[in-house]
Design a protein around this ligand. Structure first.
Ligand code: HEM
Length: 498
């Protein structure tokens, strides 16, 4: 009914948005315009989601008004889609997201594939009162006040450090045994196994052998994550994964991957009864069964996000050997990675900030307007977003806007990796919370795993730089994107012992 009411305005192409920051309309089809894709997800562009965002902003740089950074698509009988790469509007929408009446929801449409893989009763997928309950239940266990209390933190730090040291020693042994000066590795592969081991064994207190993590669970999760994107684009009837037939080789593999995912979920729930790892801080008597979906989200989501973040940081350092050397000078004498020690590693922290700015792991944040909602930026610009609008907060392109992140404000072009820009920003007196790259989101739905993730990534990147020098095999560093972004070559480097 609501959609029928909109039809006359849609037919007359009347802009359903209002305010002085109104977006401009784009067409669904634009043959001959040279756009990289259709502006909607479909089976042929599901492996190129950044192209969809690029399509929204095709030739937008030539525009002078608010349409330069705000665009919308309005297809008959559907709700409008707004794409914004305007940092002020992004911040305002994130700020107005939550469970209060009239606030924005996280749009569930782009994560329907994730929900089919993990279950719907999760912190990531839910909205409204259910989200609030999930957040209160799950998030405090890895929040800053819980994880970073000195005695609790020390326990994690030691086990995390032992894990990464073992893996680095294995790489070192390979290199020494080969007798060669250089050893060629894809960092993404190395990092992924370490990240899953940290999550499963150190964080959840399970005891799964490293070889099994690397050879069984990492490949199974990789295939599940790859299937999530395809499933979001294809599975419009919302068929649960468990109903999928097992006829083709692919489907048989999918069934086996799902069984491995279930097994891994069992293994990390097992230490709960002995209060090992994170479970010590988890104060709730909800049955294990109620936690399974969230555990699956944490396993797949945290693995994906931490791997993306660390792999990008290493890929950038591999192309900026002078910065790599500066990080080495900082970390060479750090033996324990306490938040204090890591906090003092200034260049390492700038590298991590710059990594999330230029190559954010989550490249867009989806939102949905629950009502006709007005948002206002800090500099007083306003936009009315009609009820039902699907919103793509295009963090990937917002973080590359020259007028915001470029030479005038930061001293360096927005499109290049320049950790020094953070120094410049500080000199100019910018307060970090006012200059956001949204790498961990913002507002009520900010990432609850931020501190754990930063610790893991800082530790892995710091420990690798401390042991090896590395340089990129390919000078270009393009991105691939699925659930998160990664370098196309997985950060292919030649390693050399220091
Ligand atoms: C270090 C790399 C990580 C990055 C870059 C990252 C990024 C993000 C971002 C941008 C969001 C906000 C999404 C939105 O606003 O729509 C988010 C939410 C979330 N993250 Fe992370 N994350 C990381 C690590 C982790 C870890 C280690 C965990 C869990 C142990 C985790 C669990 C979650 C959950 C459950 C949410 C949803 C929260 C909610 O909706 O209330 N993340 N993450």
């Amino acid at each position: 009914m609501e959609r029928l009411k909109k039809l006359p305005k849609q037919l007359l192409k009347i802009n359903p948005f209002d305010g002085d920051s109104k977006p401009t309309r784009i067409k669904l089809f634009a043959p001959g315009a040279g756009r990289p894709s259709l502006p909607i997800l479909h089976p042929w562009n599901s492996d190129r989601p950044i192209d969809i965002l690029e399509t929204f902003f095709w030739k937008a740089d030539a525009e002078a008004g608010p349409g330069k950074n705000n665009r919308y698509l309005d297809i008959l009988f559907a709700d409008p889609v707004l794409a914004t790469r305007d940092p002020g509007i992004i911040k305002a929408i994130l700020h107005a997201t939550g469970d209060k009446p009239g606030q924005f929801d996280r749009d569930t449409a782009p994560s329907s594939g994730i929900a089919r893989a993990t279950g719907r009763d999760t912190l990531l997928y839910s909205n409204g009162p259910l989200w609030r309950i999930q957040r209160q239940l799950a998030a405090p266990s890895f929040g800053k006040s819980s994880l970073f209390q000195p005695e609790k933190f020390q326990e994690f730090e030691i086990t995390f450090r032992q894990t990464i040291t073992k893996r680095i020693d294995a790489l070192r042994a390979h290199l020494q045994k080969s007798g060669e000066r250089y050893y060629r590795v894809v960092f993404e592969t190395e990092v992924k196994s370490v990240m899953l081991e940290m999550l499963v064994n150190n964080f959840f207190g399970a005891q799964v052998a490293y070889d099994e993590i690397r050879d069984r669970y990492v490949p199974a999760l990789e295939r599940i994550i790859a299937r999530i994107m395809k499933d979001t684009a294809i599975n419009k009837v919302d068929m649960p994964w468990k109903w999928m037939p097992a006829i083709t080789k692919d489907q048989v593999q999918a069934k086996s991957d799902i069984a491995d995912f279930e097994k891994l979920t069992d293994l990390v729930l097992l230490p709960r009864k002995d209060s090992r790892g994170l479970w010590k801080q988890f104060k709730s008597d909800v049955p294990d069964e109620k936690l399974r979906s969230n555990i699956r989200v944490f396993l797949a989501g945290a693995l994906e996000a931490t791997t993306s973040f660390a792999t990008w940081a290493l890929a950038h350092l591999a192309r900026n050997e002078d910065v790599q050397e500066k990080v080495y000078q900082e970390v060479k004498n750090i033996d324990t990675y306490t938040p204090d020690n890591l906090g003092q590693a200034k260049v390492l922290n700038q590298v991590l900030e710059e990594t999330l700015r230029l190559t954010p792991s989550l490249y867009f944040l989806p939102r949905r307007a629950t009502t006709n909602a007005w948002v206002e930026t800090e500099d007083g610009r306003k936009m009315m977003i009609p009820k039902g609008t699907h919103i793509l907060l295009d963090v990937w392109h917002a973080n590359r806007l020259e007028e915001y992140w470029g030479v005038a404000n930061t001293g360096y072009p927005a499109s290049i990796f320049a950790p020094q820009r953070w120094e410049k920003l500080m000199e100019k007196g910018y307060v970090p919370k006012n200059f956001l790259h949204f790498g961990f989101g913002h507002g009520a739905r900010v990432c609850p795993g931020k501190f754990l993730g930063q610790l893991e990534v800082g530790l892995v990147v710091g420990a690798i730089v401390k042991t090896f020098k590395f340089r990129a095999v390919n000078q270009e560093n393009p991105a691939k994107a699925g659930v998160s972004t990664k370098p196309v070559d997985g950060a292919l480097v030649d390693l050399e012992l220091r």
